[in-house]
Write a protein that binds this ligand. Structure first.
Ligand code: SAM
Length: 409
């Protein structure tokens, strides 16, 4: 991990922050200030895509509650912007000064506004957001611009991102501006992920779910991850949760290559088989103690495959992701930031819509399993984890569903 500047001791895996739409940022900031949770060492920061990140004191994370009426997500910012006072003499300033020198008399306020204050950094590669260096005069500088950016920031490669393409494969539109290749390494919760920034994206979201998965007791279990991506869940299951073996399914060849390399990097390649292709067509049967279905807005299309891979004599646990819509919660109701464990039932606060989605899903899966095996199954809701809110009334939930065959009396 690296920051934009010599900031006060950063948390190794980035600075925790709440990300919210700009219209909620001020109220959220007030709320954090009142609760003394705002980390004043860093400024508020615009994230790629437009949301604003509000830094949270890492040592007070256990006290953090996500307010229902202010949709936000807990994530980690890899490139925190130091507060204004700390910014003097930082790489951001060095970047501006060197560009001003390069431009000479052509320097103007418009260009100054176009110089980024923040960026993502992956080793020697600086990943700029899409909204910088857009003014026309920059183009005339050609490669000198990117060489200056790299040298000011102590990097060797420069890339700029666009939006993630809506192609079902989460392909990023990232252009390499300086350097020969886009392969980078990212360390998160002690796990090394490698991927090509021009072909795959590292999603900084879902952090609470990745941590939760890492803490699940999966010792000796066989897992199937139906939507493995670059290994967001496959790797925590293998590295931290003690899974004996993971079957990882993924149809994006770039993600498959990244997953393969990351498995090697973390020394767990021998405990994972990659199934490259459409997980709905997966030929595996009767192998899994646990199945992860991390696809949004819904993983429903993967439910039949999940039922087929579950062990037919003993069953197991499904982790089913879904975006679920609900009516506004009563004022003051709050969600506990996702820190549950798979076995823990949420005692209170499970919204009626979530409960009914969980029960409806449990019934559907029970039906699929009974039809598949020609005998009754039971399914019990172990836990519902709210991962993040997308809009005031849409939440990314994960249902932990225990499914077991009913044994003859
Ligand atoms: C949203 S990512 C999930 C990554 C990770 N689970 C997460 O939440 O960050 C979904 C991944 O599933 C893959 N995918 C979607 N549908 C698939 C299918 N039918 N078969 C195999 N892979 C699929 C996409 O290519 C993508 O890499």
């Amino acid at each position: 991990m690296a920051g934009t500047a010599a900031v006060p001791a950063a948390v190794p895996a980035g600075v925790p922050a709440l990300a919210a739409e700009p219209r909620f940022a001020q109220r959220l900031r007030q709320r954090l200030e009142e609760q003394r949770l705002l980390d004043g060492r860093y400024g508020l920061q615009r994230l790629p895509g437009g949301r604003v990140a509000l830094p949270v004191l890492p040592e007070r994370l256990p006290e953090l509650r996500l307010p229902c009426e202010l949709p936000c997500e807990l994530l980690r910012v890899q490139d925190p912007v130091p507060c204004r006072a700390a910014r003097r003499g930082t790489p951001a300033r060095r970047l501006r000064d060197e560009l001003r020198r390069l431009l000479g008399p052509a320097w103007c306020a418009e260009l100054e506004r176009d110089v980024p204050h923040a960026w993502h950094r992956h080793g020697d590669l600086v990943l700029l957001s899409e909204d910088c260096f857009r003014a026309e005069p920059w183009e005339r500088l050609g490669s000198a611009l990117w060489e200056t950016v790299a040298s000011a920031l102590g990097a060797r490669r420069v890339a700029r991102r666009g939006r993630v393409m809506p192609d079902g494969m989460r392909s990023p539109r990232v252009t390499l501006l300086l350097g020969q290749h886009g392969w980078v390494e990212h360390v998160d919760n002690g796990i090394r992920y490698t991927f090509d920034v021009t072909k795959c994206m590292f999603s900084p979201g879902n952090i609470t779910e990745k941590l939760r998965v890492a803490s699940l007791p999966c010792s000796g279990e066989v897992l199937v991850d139906l939507y493995a991506g670059i290994g967001y869940f496959t790797l925590p299951f293998l590295v931290h949760a003690g899974a004996a073996f993971v079957h990882a399914c993924e149809w994006n060849s770039h993600a498959v290559e990244a997953l393969h390399r990351s498995l090697l990097l973390n020394g767990v390649r021998d405990r994972c088989r990659i199934h490259s292709g459409d997980s709905r067509q997966l030929q595996l049967r009767d192998v899994a103690d646990r199945v992860n279905l991390g696809l949004l807005p819904s993983s429903e299309e993967g439910w039949p495959a999940a039922c087929r891979v579950l062990k037919k004599d003993t069953g197991g646990v499904l982790h089913i992701h879904q975006n679920v819509e609900s009516r506004p919660a009563p004022r003051g109701a709050e969600l506990l930031a996702g820190r549950g464990s798979a076995g823990a039932r949420r005692p209170t606060g499970l919204r009626a819509e979530w409960q009914s989605w969980a029960e409806g899903t449990a019934a559907r899966i029970r039906g699929l399993l009974a039809e598949l095996h020609g005998r009754p199954w039971r399914s019990s809701v172990l836990h519902v984890e709210p991962v993040k809110s997308y809009a005031p009334h849409v939440h990314h939930l994960v249902l932990d569903l225990e499914c077991r065959p009913v044994l003859p009396a």
